[in-house]
Ligand binder design. Structure first.
Ligand code: 6PG
Length: 253
């Protein structure tokens, strides 16, 4: 897998400024993708960090700035729970944005975390991704944007340290056993993430500062973290940080 072509780092003063800036840039990216290819396909991340971003997307003028009928929303990963479970990434995004936002329900594609067979659900999701992002089931899915958070252990999506999905280099979506959490997840794999046109890392808070420094090469050990597998083949990788998460980056930037 080739190294990432370009890594941009943007540091905002606090989580709200971070959310507003990312939201504005996401609107611009969506408008450009729709103008160029007729649609914008984005995979949302779960966790707590993106909630203010999703809320910001629902506020004017952003709410009125995009042809939302041309936007398709996917998810980077999902817990093995149903859509109404408080632990569901889909549930969080629906509460913060999708449930009251302008994106047509038919364009919101959640992962079936409640499925009895998560492997089948993962395979079905991969087929959906292929159909919706490239028009043919056989083609590699190419998302316009993948949003990712960074776990305290350096995981992204549900690609946790020591789990099988880290070494998946064929499939785009898999069910992944996460022994450290005693659960299974559905997750995008590195091939799917790295095929995206843009990959944005959204990280806020002092608790992530050490991992951010490692991941960006400002401290040792970054190459051992799952996030080190995020290397967009032809796309752009962008880190969106608040000052607290950037606190251990050397002043060289
Ligand atoms: C999830 C996310 C996960 C998340 C990180 C960071 O399902 O929880 O996909 O990868 O992005 O754990 O979570 P926070 O934003 O809550 O720190």
């Amino acid at each position: 897998m080739e190294a990432s072509r370009r890594i941009d780092v943007d540091i905002l003063s606090n989580p709200l400024e971070l959310a507003e800036s990312v939201a504005d840039h996401m609107v611009e990216l969506a408008r450009a993708a729709i103008a160029e290819r007729g649609r914008f396909c984005v995979a949302l991340t779960g966790g707590n960090t993106p909630r203010p971003l999703y809320e910001a997307m629902n506020h004017p003028p952003r709410r009125n700035a995009v042809d939302w009928s041309a936007v398709h929303v996917f998810f980077g990963d999902e817990r093995s729970v149903g859509p109404d479970d408080a632990d569901s990434n889909y549930h969080m995004a629906r509460e913060a944005w999708l449930g009251t936002g302008p994106i047509p329900e038919a364009n919101i594609h959640r992962m079936q975390g409640e499925a009895d067979n998560l492997d089948t659900a993962a395979r079905q999701y991969e087929a959906l991704l292929r159909r919706e992002t490239s028009g043919a089931e056989e083609a590699q899915p190419v998302l316009d944007l993948v949003l990712l958070g960074l776990g305290a252990d350096g995981h992204v999506a549900s690609l946790f340290p020591g789990t099988c999905a880290l070494s998946e280099n064929e499939r785009s979506v898999v069910a992944n056993e996460v022994p450290q959490l005693g659960t299974f997840r559905i997750t995008l794999t590195f091939p799917a993430i790295n095929a995206a046109r843009e990959v944005w890392m959204l990280v806020a808070g002092e608790s992530k500062a050490a991992r951010v420094a490692q991941a960006l090469g400002h401290a040792s050990g970054g190459d051992l973290l799952p996030v080190s597998g995020v290397r967009p083949v032809a796309g752009v990788m962008r880190w969106w940080l608040d000052e607290a998460a950037a606190g251990q980056l050397s002043t060289g930037g």
